[in-house]
Design a protein around this ligand. Structure first.
Ligand code: SF4
Ligand code: SF4
Length: 84
């Protein structure tokens, strides 16, 4: 598994913002960006990445430059929960 990145095919439809359980997606200078410190690929919340599920453009893809194991994603989830 790898963290996710939004590609240039994004149509700014806004559909991915609300379903994200970690508020990891934001709009920065007009671009939709996934905060890698907050994205757990939905581990701890859902079976599948919710942003990918709702994106009509199929433009949220694995980022091969930022690999994370299921154990690392689970640890990030638990860290975020304890910080909340
Ligand atoms: S995979 Fe889940 S946590 Fe990561 S940005 Fe998408 S909805 Fe948010
Ligand atoms: S759901 Fe997909 S197309 Fe819509 S804003 Fe998010 S990344 Fe862009």
């Amino acid at each position: 598994m790898a963290l996710l990145v939004i590609t240039d095919d994004c149509t700014d439809c806004d559909a991915c913002i609300e379903p994200c359980p970690n508020d990891a997606i934001s709009i920065i200078e007009g671009l939709y960006i996934i905060n890698k410190d907050l994205c757990t690929e939905c581990v701890g919340h859902h079976e599948d990445p919710q942003c990918v599920e709702v994106c009509p453009s199929d433009c949220i893809l694995p980022d091969p430059d930022h690999e994370e194991t299921p154990e690392e994603l689970q640890a990030k989830y638990e860290s975020l929960q304890s910080a909340a």
